[in-house]
Design a protein around this ligand. Structure first.
Ligand code: GAR
Length: 215
C-alpha cells in the first residue's frame, strides 16, 4: 500500500492519529489506504518513538547535534528515509528547518502540519500570537513543503472560533484535536490519488485547487 515515512521531534500525537487511521493503532481496521513504514526522530527522548514501537513500526534516531551543519544532517536523513522507499514524507511536529536540497529531493511528496491558519503565524508560538493579534478564528493547516518556511501551498485547513476566555493552552488543545482529524484525511487523499501536486498546481479530483480544502 501507499508508504508514509513520518518525521517527529516530540509527543507524536499526530503520528498516533496517522497510525490509528492506517489501522496500525489499537483498532486494526483500516480507514485510509496507507501505512506508516518508518518513523525518524531527531530526538532520542521523543515520546513519538514509543508510539511507533508499540505499533511495530521501524524507527531511527538521528541527532542533529551529531552533525556540524544542516547539509550533513539532511543528507544523512535522506539516506535513512529513502531506505524505507516512501511515497510521501510526513512532518508531524518535526522541529528542524530543512535545507533546500532536502526539500528538492522530496518535491511534491513532502507535507507538513502547522498550528495556524497559514499564511498567518508562520513559525513558533502560534496560539499566543493568534490571541495577541485578536484573531477571531484560528486553526491548523496542512501544506506541501517548499524551501520557504511554512510557505508552501496549503492543501487543507481546519478553522475554529477563538473564544473570549481562551488561553494559549486551551487553543492549543482544540487545535490539536483538529489536527488529528485533518492530517489523516489529507494522507488518505494522497494515498487514493485524489490529491496530487503538479508543478505550480495542486489537483484534487483532477481539478486545480484555488483555495484550501476545509475539513
Ligand atoms: C503540532 O501542533 C504541530 O502542528 C506542531 O507541533 C505539534 C506537534 O504535536 N508543528 C509545528 O509547530 C511545526 N513547526 P505532536 O508531536 O503531538 O504531533
Amino acid at each position: 500500500s501507499y508508504r508514509a515515512v513520518v518525521l517527529v521531534s516530540g509527543t507524536g500525537s499526530n503520528l498516533q492519529a496517522l497510525l490509528d487511521a492506517c489501522g496500525q493503532g489499537a483498532d486494526h481496521s483500516k480507514r485510509i489506504g496507507a501505512s506508516v513504514v518508518g518513523v525518524l526522530s531527531n530526538r532520542a527522548d521523543a515520546l513519538a518513538l514509543s508510539r511507533a514501537a508499540r505499533a511495530g513500526v521501524a524507527t531511527e534516531v538521528l541527532s542533529h547535534r551529531d552533525f556540524s551543519d544542516r547539509e550533513g544532517f539532511d543528507a544523512a536523513m535522506i539516506e535513512r528515509i529513502d531506505a524505507w522507499a516512501p511515497d510521501v514524507v510526513v512532518l508531524a511536529g518535526f522541529m528542524r528547518i530543512l535545507t533546500p536540497a532536502f526539500v528538492a529531493h522530496y518535491q511534491g511528496r513532502l507535507i507538513n502540519i502547522h498550528p495556524s491558519l497559514l499564511p498567518k503565524h508562520k513559525g513558533l508560538n502560534t496560539h499566543q500570537r493568534a490571541l495577541d493579534a485578536g484573531d477571531s478564528e484560528h486553526g491548523c493547516s496542512v501544506h506541501f513543503v517548499t524551501p520557504e518556511l511554512d510557505g508552501g501551498p496549503v492543501i487543507a485547513q481546519h478553522r475554529l472560533s477563538v473564544h473570549q476566555q481562551d488561553s494559549a493552552e486551551s487553543l492549543a488543545a482544540r487545535v490539536h484535536q483538529a489536527e488529528h482529524q485533518l492530517y489523516p484525511r489529507v494522507l488518505g487523499w494522497l494515498a487514493s490519488g485524489r490529491l496530487q501536486w503538479q508543478p505550480e498546481a495542486l489537483l484534487f479530483d483532477g481539478r486545480a485547487l484555488t483555495a484550501a480544502l476545509s475539513s
